[in-house]
Design a protein around this ligand. Structure first.
Ligand code: F7E
Length: 323
C-alpha cells in the first residue's frame, strides 16, 4: 500500500520541495492550503507537481479542521511546515506568529494523539532558537536563547513536540534547520531579495538593492537538500531532534559578492544601499550548524554548495525577467 503523507505549508518553499521528494518515493501526498479565492500555487507549479498532490483546504490555527483532516486522511507521516516564517515581521505580528507557529503545532499534536496516534510527526524547528549563543557552531546541546517573537513561538513548538513524544509516545521529531533557500524562496528573505535584485539590475530593470544589516553571518543551504533530512527523521525507529545545516558560514557581503559575480558585475558596492527600515529590533549576528548527528544517525549530507545555490537562484531569477 502507498504511504500517505500530509504536508502543511504547501504554498511555501519547503512544502513543494518535500512533496516532490515524497512523490518520487511513491507517497500519496496531501497538502493543506488556506482558503483563498485564488490560492497561490506558483511554487508547486515551478516544481511541476501542482496536479500530483491532493490539496485540502484548512488552517493550522483551527483545531476542529485538523481533527477532521487527520481522521479522514489518516496520514502515516505529518510534516508541520506551516509557519509565519519571516523573522522580521514577527515583532509586528507577534500574536499571529504565536497562533500559527506555537498553537498550530499544539493543534497538530493534539489531533494526532486523539485521532491517529501512529502518525509520525515532523516539526519544522529553526536555528533561530539558538539566538546569539556565543559558540562558533551550534549543535543539539547548545542552549536556546530566542531573540525574536518568531524564535519564541518556535521554542514552544519544539518543547511541545518533545513533550508529546515523552508523555504519549508519539513518534515526534524536531528538525532544527538552519537557513535553507532556493529559487522559490520568498522575496522578503535576504537571499532571494539579493538574487532577484541582481537579476533586475542585470536586465536593466533596477539600479539598486536596499538592505539592512550587511554584517550578519548565516549557514545557508539548499532547501531541496534539506527536505530529505525531514523524511529521514521519520524513517528512524526512534524519534529525536537533529540539527540540519551545511556546516559552512557566509556573510551577506559574501552573498553579494557571489550573486553579482555570477552575472559578471564586480563593483557591486555602487548598487547596494542600507536602510534602518530593514534592520531588526534584536539581531542574530552569527549562526553556523554542526550537522554531525544528522550525518552519523540519518546518513544525511548536504549536496549543494553555497556558490552553486546562489548561481542557481540568480539564474532562475534572470529567466523570469527574460521570458
Ligand atoms: O535574514 C539580514 C537579517 O530574513 C537573514 C527564515 O527561514 O532562517 C530564516 O530567517 C539575515 C538577518 O532570514 C536584510 O537581519 C540584512 O540577519 O533572510 P532572512 P532569517 O531571519 O535568518 C531561519 C533559520 C528561519 O527559521 C526563518 O523562518 O539577513 N538582512 N538585510 C536582511 N534580511 C532581510 N530579510 N532583508 C534585508 O533587507
Amino acid at each position: 500500500m502507498k504511504k500517505i503523507a500530509f504536508v502543511l505549508g504547501m504554498t511555501g518553499q519547503d512544502g513543494p520541495y518535500l512533496s516532490k521528494f515524497l512523490l518520487e518515493k511513491d507517497y500519496t501526498v496531501y497538502g493543506l492550503v488556506k482558503r483563498y479565492s485564488n490560492p497561490n500555487l506558483a511554487n508547486l507549479k515551478f516544481l511541476g507537481i501542482e496536479n500530483d498532490v491532493e490539496l485540502v483546504t484548512g488552517d493550522i490555527t483551527d483545531d476542529n479542521c485538523l481533527n477532521h483532516l487527520i481522521k479522514s486522511i489518516k496520514p502515516d507521516e505529518y510534516y508541520n511546515l506551516a509557519a509565519q516564517s519571516f523573522v522580521g515581521a514577527s515583532w509586528d505580528l507577534n500574536k499571529t506568529t504565536s497562533e500559527i507557529n506555537a498553537l498550530g503545532a499544539l493543534n497538530s499534536l493534539n489531533a494526532i494523539k486523539l485521532h491517529n496516534p501512529n502518525t509520525r510527526y515532523y516539526q519544522a524547528g529553526t536555528s533561530e532558537l539558538f539566538g546569539n549563543s556565543g559558540n562558533d557552531m551550534q549543535d543539539e546541546d547548545t542552549p536556546f536563547q530566542p531573540r525574536s517573537p518568531y524564535a519564541v513561538s518556535k521554542l514552544y513548538a519544539h518543547w511541545m513536540t518533545i513533550n508529546f513524544r515523552e508523555s504519549f509516545s508519539i513518534h515526534a521529531s524536531n528538525g532544527i534547520l538552519f537557513n535553507h533557500e532556493s529559487p522559490i524562496r520568498g522575496k522578503e528573505f535576504v537571499t532571494r531579495k539579493i538574487t532577484d535584485g541582481v537579476a533586475q539590475i542585470k536586465c536593466g530593470l533596477s539600479d539598486k538593492i536596499i538592505l539592512g544589516n550587511l554584517d550578519a553571518k548565516r549557514d545557508w543551504g539548499f532547501a531541496g537538500d534539506f527536505v530529505e533530512a525531514m523524511w529521514l527523521m521519520l524513517q528512524q525507529d526512534e524519534p529525536d531532534d537533529y540539527v540540519v545545516s551545511t556546516g559552512t558560514q557566509n556573510s551577506i557581503h559574501d552573498l553579494l559578492n557571489l550573486a553579482f559575480q555570477s552575472v559578471d558585475i564586480n563593483d557591486w558596492e555602487k548598487y547596494v544601499e542600507t536602510s534602518p527600515a530593514f534592520k531588526r529590533p534584536a539581531e542574530l549576528h552569527s549562526l553556523c550548524g554542526n550537522n554531525a548527528k544528522a550525518k552519523r544517525v540519518l546518513g544525511w549530507e548536504p549536496k549543494t554548495s553555497f556558490k552553486e545555490l546562489v548561481s542557481m537562484m540568480v539564474e532562475e531569477d534572470i529567466k523570469r525577467y527574460t521570458k
